[in-house]
Design a protein around this ligand. Structure first.
Ligand code: UDP
Ligand code: MG
Length: 240
């Protein structure tokens, strides 16, 4: 298979109800773009029929690749595995639950010509009030402590130039800091408004409890990384 230009990376954890529609919508959008692509699904230890459904996609379409995790390792691990196996010059990430809209992908690709990373910003979030409020608070604290101005870091719909993904330090929870981690490496980041849809099938995997505390620790680590990032400029090398 020739090297695709775009790799779409999608973590999947118990999303059987969403996958057929996601695959249909996504391939339709990508085919219209007339660029080569691959779709990498990472099955993060699903216990429902997600794995079997994904195998079905791969059988019918050679552009689909699947990474099966031994057990549930979490979304950051799934993204890391996807990034490492992606071959496209541009990597697009999204959720598998149909909350992100594949029709926004062309918008992201449009912007990635001038930036190293493009983040989706869910202007009209379709989540519970508790989720919306807790995310708003989390975004505020995160921006404050890491000296950032990212409006919606929790949106998985993002595009990256793959060469920029090689450098930063991979850790659990990193997906909540992608824009900052990219900027630390000197990459340019922008945001675009994207659509957001309510979850129709399956359950949300996160609540406040499993996010807030760990998120804070990670935030302090990222703050440290940003402050202590090692940089230097060489003026001259002799006998190098
Ligand atoms: N997910 C995953 N591993 C996990 C938890 C979630 O791969 O341990 C996937 C999930 O299937 C979905 C995405 O990550 O594609 C986001 O999860 P979810 O929709 O539950 O998060 P929310 O939209 O509530 O932030
Ligand atoms: Mg979701």
């Amino acid at each position: 298979m020739e090297t695709p230009r775009i790799s779409v990376v999608i973590p999947v954890y118990n999303e059987e109800g969403n996958l057929p529609e996601l695959f249909r919508e996504l391939t339709e959008v990508l085919e219209k773009l007339s660029v080569s692509f691959e779709i990498i699904f990472i099955d993060d230890g699903s216990k429902d029929r997600s794995g079997a459904i994904l195998r079905g996609f791969a059988l019918q379409d050679g552009r689909v690749r699947i990474i099966f995790f031994q057990k549930n390792f979490g979304q950051s691990a799934a993204f890391a595995a996807g990034f490492r196996s992606a071959r496209g010059e541009i990597v697009v990430t999204m959720d598998a639950d149909l909350q992100n809209d594949p029709h926004d992908i062309p918008l992201l690709l449009d912007k990635i010509t001038s930036y190293d990373m493009v983040c989706g910003w869910r202007v009209h979030r379709q989540d519970s009030l508790v989720r919306k409020i807790s995310s708003r608070i989390a975004n505020k604290i995160r921006n404050w402590l890491s000296d950032e101005q990212i409006k919606d870091v929790g949106c998985s719909l993002k595009a990256f130039r793959r060469e920029c993904l090689r450098n930063f330090y991979y850790f659990k929870g990193m997906h909540r800091f992608f824009p900052t981690l990219m900027k630390i490496e000197g990459c340019s980041v922008t945001e675009v408004k994207v659509n957001h849809r309510p979850r129709r099938f399956g359950e949300a995997k996160y609540g406040i409890g499993n996010r807030a505390f760990r998120g804070l620790i990670d935030l302090l680590a990222v703050r440290w990384m940003k402050k202590r990032h090692l940089s230097y400029e060489v003026k001259e090398i002799v006998n190098g």
